[in-house]
Design a binder for this molecule. Structure first.
Ligand SMILES: [Zn+2]
Length: 252
């Protein structure tokens, strides 16, 4: 299969929508989740009533990784797919089934749909400065995993991250930061400690990487929904750093 052929196959995997499959798939997905005993009686179950699968087949975690990395290669090469947002948005009125949940920094330059060359509905994106999995973001990821059956969780750091840089620059006095920043930056502090606790280009690169790894470790530690999905093999957690000049997303 040619490179373009692989891309077109990928496109079919990301946009396959057949109405009769939706309800069946959703019921099967919900039955599995409830069978796990994770959702019964929880607001998540109620939220699921409004969702409907729009993808014929849920990719495996490894397939989802391949789809993202293939998209990142297209982005690096400037060979992105022609996304038909108008047609897609009409199909997505039936519901969503993203291939990956992404915890990203709020930085305007770190846009996963563009960096992974994905369309509307393909990624379940949660953003916060410093891409730390706060409790609120983990709850969002739990919804994506348990209800939408998303097979992949991505923690996405990026080069020159200002939030991580602040954790290094204010290492000795996080509480002196203005506003609500201390509560956020303190969650990045473990990575700053691992990187040596002093500002600098090398420390920043290392702290960004450590911060991604810490986020990957934290999620299954505090969430039984996520750890259960990982242990069952239905979900993988990966992380990486997006390098702005090259466009490359490199796994850590
Ligand atoms: Zn950032």
């Amino acid at each position: 299969m040619t490179g373009r052929g692989i891309e077109m196959e990928t496109l079919r995997m990301t946009c396959n929508c057949e109405g009769s499959e939706h309800t069946t798939s959703r019921r099967a997905a919900m039955g599995g989740a409830i069978g796990m005993g994770l959702l019964a009686g929880l607001p998540l179950a109620a939220m699921a009533q409004s969702t409907t699968q729009v993808r014929k087949d849920i990719p495996s975690p490894d397939q989802a990784i391949d789809m993202l990395m293939a998209g990142n290669k297209r982005f690096i090469d400037g060979d992105m797919l022609p996304h038909d947002h108008i047609t897609t948005r009409e199909k997505l009125d039936a519901g969503q089934q993203p291939i990956a949940a992404v915890i990203r920094c709020a930085d305007s330059r770190s846009a996963p749909e563009v960096i992974f060359d994905q369309g509307i509905g393909d990624l379940f994106v949660c953003a916060v400065a410093g891409n730390v999995p706060t409790d609120e973001l983990i709850a969002s990821i739990e919804y994506s995993v348990a209800v939408l059956k998303t097979p992949l969780i991505v923690v996405m750091g990026h080069s020159k991250c200002g939030a991580v840089d602040e954790s290094l620059k204010n290492f000795n006095d996080i509480e002196a930061l203005p506003g609500r920043l201390p509560s956020l930056i303190s969650q990045i502090l473990p990575a700053a400690i691992q990187a040596g606790g002093k500002p600098g280009d090398e420390a920043l690169v290392n702290a960004i990487r450590y911060n991604v790894q810490n986020g990957m470790r934290r999620m299954p530690t505090v969430s039984s929904i996520i750890s259960g999905a990982v242990e069952s093999g239905s979900v993988k957690i990966v992380g990486g750093v997006y390098d702005m000049p090259s466009g490359r997303f490199e796994m850590v």
